[in-house]
Design a protein. Structure first.
Length: 369
């Protein structure tokens, strides 16, 4: 049996594959082992002998000390694979968290993981052939540790490592707090938070690249929401598991751009953070720069700040940008009531899309993507 698969421009594990046609002669269906061998050979032919191929791609910060049970916490952490078969399952462990599942770019029912070791059927009854899977943590890091114990039920096919990566740093806006809720009257809940619907994920999808999110609701760079005494972003930024702050991240692979959306919570108590914010953000940009020597950094205003606060925040960011030759400011307009709100006046999906459109255009100009 001859199997051909056509990809016209999309993202296959973060690699743009415009008008690629992959074909191979497979067996008559009597032997899965024969099919699996032919599919593996097809993958090698498709990508060439020099490509670095992996059966599973971990996009984001994962502790791979135990390869059979990677640990992760940041929202938007994603596990990508390509597989041959009609069904596939995943075994998840760790704390309570929610996961987005995409098969061939189509969203499947959300996994509401209650915690503990559970196996989930991600897809069944698919046509017999090659499929792409993306499994992403929707909820944020303060729900604590997730553990991935592997896929089963299908043959995984090696594909190239992701080649283009955006690092998104932010607060609840970047985490997708309340984004699927009908606000502003609803409050935080598991089922209304989805980083996968927020502006970073939307931007990456539009550009056909990968991204990961370093975000925490209520966090600031100078002070947190309501001046709460928990750790600020500069203290959490360097770790794989930010709840514990004990596992340093190695800052590999390097992103092609870093986007920072912080400041909403620094202004939250109604008092201008002033020079304290400028100094803290300047130091944080220098902290990021210490890991990424010449990577462009985009500082963005907040759609949740309006009027004088918006103008002041933008001016502070412009002052910070002058201290680093590879840093620019992107002004995101204030969210509009006509576009609706997520929970607790957070951006709606319409606002998130508008933000993503602005960032996508900025990255077109900045990187040529």
């Amino acid at each position: 049996m001859r199997i051909c698969r056509v990809w016209s421009s999309p993202l296959i594990c973060g690699v743009v594959m415009t008008s690629l046609v992959a074909c191979g002669e497979l067996g008559d269906g009597d032997g899965d082992d024969d099919d699996a061998t032919d599919v593996a050979a097809l993958s090698n032919d498709e990508h060439g002998g020099d490509a670095v191929l992996e059966r599973i791609h971990y996009v984001g910060r994962f502790d791979l000390t135990t390869p059979s049970a990677p640990v992760f916490e940041w929202s938007g952490s994603a596990i990508w694979t390509r597989f041959f078969g009609t069904t596939i399952s995943a075994e998840l462990d760790g704390s309570s968290s929610d996961f987005e599942v995409e098969i061939d770019g189509v969203r499947q029912p959300v996994i509401f993981h209650p915690g503990g070791d559970q196996t989930y059927v991600l897809a069944s009854g698919l046509r017999r052939g090659i499929h792409d899977l993306k499994l992403t943590r929707r909820t944020e890091a303060f729900f604590s540790t997730s553990i991935f114990r592997g896929f089963s039920g299908a043959r995984l096919i090696p594909t190239p490592r992701p080649s283009r990566l955006i690092e998104m740093i932010g607060d609840s806006i970047t985490c997708g707090y309340g984004i699927t809720g009908v606000g502003p009257g609803c409050h935080f809940s598991h089922d209304t938070e989805a980083e996968t619907h927020a502006w970073g994920a939307l931007t990456a999808s539009q550009l056909g690249v990968t991204h990961h999110a370093i975000c925490w609701s209520g966090i600031g760079v100078f002070r947190n929401f309501n001046d709460e005494p928990s750790a600020l972003m500069p203290a959490r930024y360097g770790f794989i598991t930010p709840n514990e702050n004990t596992d340093p991240w190695g800052f590999r692979p390097r992103p092609q751009v870093v986007v920072i959306n912080l400041g909403t919570n620094d202004f939250s108590i109604g008092v201008d953070p002033g020079q304290g914010f400028v100094d803290a953000m300047t130091a944080f940009v220098a902290q990021v720069r210490s890991h990424y020597r010449s990577t462009p950094i985009v500082l963005t205003t907040s759609p949740m700040l309006g009027g004088t606060q918006h103008t002041t925040h933008k001016a502070y960011l412009e002052t910070v940008a002058k201290t680093d030759s590879h840093t620019v400011v992107l002004d995101l307009p204030e969210q509009q009531a006509a576009d609706g709100f997520g929970c607790d006046f957070h951006p709606s999906e319409i606002t998130a899309q508008k933000m993503a459109d602005k960032l996508t255009l900025q990255l077109h100009h900045l990187l040529g993507w």
